[in-house]
Design a protein around this ligand. Sequence first.
Ligand code: GDP
Length: 460
Amino acid sequence: MSDTDTRDGEHGLRTPIVAVLGHVDHGKTSLLDKIRGSTVIEGEAGAITQHIGATAIPLDVVSKVAGSLIDPSDFDLPGLLFIDTPGHHSFTTLRSRGGALADIAILVVDVNDGFQPQTLEAINILKQSQTPFVVAANKIDTVPGWKPNEDAPIQQTKEAQSDRASSMLDEKLYEVIGELSDEGFTADMYWRVQDFRGNIGVVPVSAETGEGIPDLLTVLMGLAQRYMKEDMAIDVTGPGAGTVLEVKEEKGFGTTLDVVLYDGTIREDETIVVGGMDDPIVTDVRAILKPRPLAEIRTEDRFEKVEEIAAASGVKIAAPELDRAMAGAPVRVVRDRDIEEVIAEVRAELSEIEVETQEQGVVVKADTLGSLEAIANAMDEAEIPVMRAEVGDVAPRDISVASTANEDKHKTILAFNVDLLADAEQRAEESDVKLFESGVIYRLIEEYEEYVEELERAQQ
Ligand code: GDP
């Protein structure tokens, strides 16, 4: 590295962050498990670095799994970091500087089932966030006439390709390609991936047998290397930036944050600014924790402390005063910068996600900032006014707020993916506040609308 390169920090390439999306039961979880499983086998003990909330697969392991498909010397990105929680809920709620936290996505489609409502939802989200993606056409092992091809990656021989050309599998794959084309993408089988911006690669896989996983990793790695390299260039020693995945109580550490760090580094004892429920939280890092390798866990001591960690990684951060931190919120290391500037940066990022409220309306509680925003948008479309929208469990205070509404239909709390604190339940029973709980946005809204209709009928 030349002197000019190091003048304002050390430039380097970080690992691209990958998210898995798709319709329920199409195999997102199984696929992630299989990717982890096959790389653990190929990579031998310790090759996969342990992360919190994410799995890092270094380039040498990717290339071992991919066998003849990848020549590691063609790549200079360090590997792939998979976010462990699949689904577009986590995709939309995890952001970095206004965009999606994930750099690339895998859209899982069950070949037998084709595109389903959540597949289309996922595609819309990917379009909106302009996230490049690969389609994993999953469950090929269940297609009648499927012949396992365990010895070789699927596209390795022309014979294997033509052998498959007549099969039912091929028909199903072309159906998927047709559906992608209905969505405005030109799609093609993965060995002819040319440009992810228009031409989507479709990779036949089985999360059950593992067939196609080498090909999938190859396509992901290829996309990242070819199109995302510039975006992966970071100042590897600069002040860290990340996104909170979860706020969690951890025995011995109090409230901790599970964070995906996508830029720079974070060190023990440094001051950080974290998006909080009222105001940004300024605190000092007490410990940076990583999971211990499985072989080393003998006691309850599940984590090991590290002094410093660099992007991209998933880590747990222990620090005082994190109780009001929010999942989905930004985390920034202050280091040499002016603290007020960093606070302003966090505030600005939070305000992008903020939800508009009215004088009168319902109360909404959600698990993360992103989901709150998604609900607010859906409520806006359904013309349901929101009086208060907050991240967090339903607390007695929320019941009090809801009970102040003028109209009965607004004495309501819509709770998305959150718990009901015990006192809140009692308070709701005592007051005339109606509670709706669901993990599906449109269901919350449907139930609420039905309730309003009932109320109106009763009043007539
Ligand atoms: P998710 O809801 O998208 O995370 O789907 P899951 O990973 O939970 O998978 C749903 C079901 O499909 C489970 O019973 C899996 O075992 C099964 N499954 C997933 N992938 C495959 C596959 O490639 N082949 C077969 N035969 N079954 C699969």
